[in-house]
Each structure stands twice: as C-alpha cells, then as structure tokens.
Design a protein around this ligand. Sequence first.
Ligand code: HEC
Ligand code: HEC
Ligand code: HEC
Length: 195
Amino acid sequence: MDGQVDQATEVANSYRFLMAVKGFESPDWEENPSPANHNEYFALSQPVQLGCSGSAVKCHSGPGGLTQPPDGTMSQFCATCHGNFHTVATDESDGIGSSTNSPFIRHPTDLSLPASGEYAAYTVYNLSAPVARLTVPVASSSTVTPGSDAVMCLSCHVAHASDYPDMLRWDYTSVIAGTGSGVNSGCFVCHSTKN
Ligand code: HEC
Ligand code: HEC
Ligand code: HEC
C-alpha cells in the first residue's frame, strides 16, 4: 500500500505486503524516480544476529510461529531466507562477530554509515545506492544523514531481477577502485574516496 508503514502487524498493513516489513512506498516511485521521490526502507543502526540457536534472535515470531523479520527491517526480511548471508559482519574465526570486525566475509547491513571519513560525503540520496532510515519517514527525502542512515541489502541489490549479475544495481566488474571509473555510483557512493 502507498504511504508510511511503521506498524506492520499483518500482511495488509506491511510494506508492499511483505509480512512485518516496515517502510514508505511512494505512489509513483516507478514512474518518476528521483533523489527526492523513491521508496523508503527501514533499518537498524547496528545489526542483530539472526539464527535458531543460542543468543541469536529468532525469526519465528509471526502468527503460528511463521518466519518474519523480527525488527521489520528490509535486510532482516532478505535474511529470513538468506540466513546469515550478510546480516552481520562475520569474521572467519567465530562466524558471527560484530559490525566492526574486520575483515568480514559479507558486507555489513543494518548498520549506520559513520558520520566521519569517506561516508560523511554521502549527503544527497543516490538511486544507485539507496540507504535505509532508522525511523520510517512519512514522505521520501533527498537528504542522507551519515551517522544515522544505514546500509542495507537493497543498497547494492534490487529485490528481483536486474540487468547485472547477482541482482546488483550496477555492473560490479566496472566498479574498480582507484580508476575514476565508477564516478558517483555503486560502491563509491558510500566509499567516496576509493574511486
Ligand atoms: C522467500 C525466500 C527469499 C527471500 C525472502 C529472499 N530471497 Fe533471494 N533468493 C531466494 C532463492 C530461492 C534464490 C535462488 C537461489 C538459487 O538459485 O540457488 C535467491 C537468489 C538471490 C540472489 C542471487 C541472484 C543471482 O543472480 O544469483 C540474490 C542476490 C538475492 N536472492 C538477494 C535477495 C535480497 C536482496 C532479498 C531481500 C530483498 C532476498 N533475496 C530475499 C530466496 C529468497
Ligand atoms: C555493499 C554491497 C552489498 C550489500 C549491502 C549486500 N550485497 Fe549481496 N552481493 C554483493 C556483491 C558485490 C555480490 C557479488 C559477489 C561476487 O560476485 O563475488 C553479492 C552477492 C550476493 C548473493 C549471490 C551469492 C552467490 O553465490 O551467487 C546473494 C544471495 C546476496 N548477495 C544476498 C544479499 C543479502 C541477502 C544482503 C543483505 C542481507 C546483501 N546481499 C547485501 C553486494 C552486496
Ligand atoms: C550504502 C552505503 C554503502 C555502499 C553502497 C557500500 N558500502 Fe561498504 N561499507 C558501508 C558501511 C556503513 C561500512 C562500515 C563502516 C564502518 O563501520 O566503519 C562499510 C564497510 C566496508 C568495508 C570495510 C571497510 C573497513 O574500513 O573496514 C569494505 C571493504 C567495503 N565496505 C566494501 C564495499 C564494496 C566492495 C562495495 C560495493 C560492492 C560497498 N562497500 C558498498 C557502506 C556502504
């Protein structure tokens, strides 16, 4: 449904009928996409570990124990099927780790962009690398706020088929650090000094 979803207690009041997912759907996001007009996604500032054992947060919180994203973020939604794929940054020793572990195996999601360094330059919403918000807004906005807005699965992927391998938003083979090749697109929207 169009508009803001910040409750998402059933399919009918969830973002785009994705059970328990929160977000904002612009009425004409497909016809007139722009930095100011787009869907808005919900995220956490720090990821939680999803899983079925130990201290992991379980996904079976829906009616009848059905699977749903426990906090309603888009990245958790993807992770209900893609397991621990990218939800937390993992290091090779424990396979879990915190967002600050480095090197990680998968890119972190549900993590706020730092307000410093190269990330601080991302201030105008870029459709080639969208961010998610910590609060579902009542309207879409062209402003990006490092320190708050977060990276998510849909920062790099689209939800369904794309023109590029791995359902990416761009051709990853042309995103080459240090060459000036990917000006203001792909990874370099956030990693603004790596181009
Ligand atoms: C209901 C389960 C489910 C959910 C939810 C889900 N996926 Fe998938 N995804 C799949 C399956 C199944 C495949 C195909 C796996 C295969 O072909 O081996 C797949 C494949 C993919 C691929 C690989 C595409 C390729 O070209 O190889 C990507 C990337 C992906 N999903 C991303 C996402 C993202 C991002 C989200 C959230 C917006 C998401 N998925 C949500 C089940 C799911
Ligand atoms: C920072 C960008 C970025 C984010 C964020 C991201 N991915 Fe990916 N993802 C990639 C790239 C790049 C590849 C292709 C890797 C390769 O070709 O080696 C990929 C590949 C994949 C694949 C295909 C793996 C395969 O073996 O074919 C899946 C599935 C996937 N991502 C799911 C997700 C899910 C789910 C999330 C969120 C939890 C996510 N990604 C977040 C960049 C990202
Ligand atoms: C939407 C913003 C965004 C996009 C797009 C993005 N990243 Fe990131 N990236 C982040 C954030 C946020 C961090 C974590 C920064 C932190 O916590 O210090 C990060 C961290 C990293 C790190 C670890 C850096 C370090 O200092 O430890 C690498 C490597 C990385 N990203 C690679 C990529 C690649 C490759 C792509 C494109 C496939 C990509 N990123 C796209 C936001 C993004």
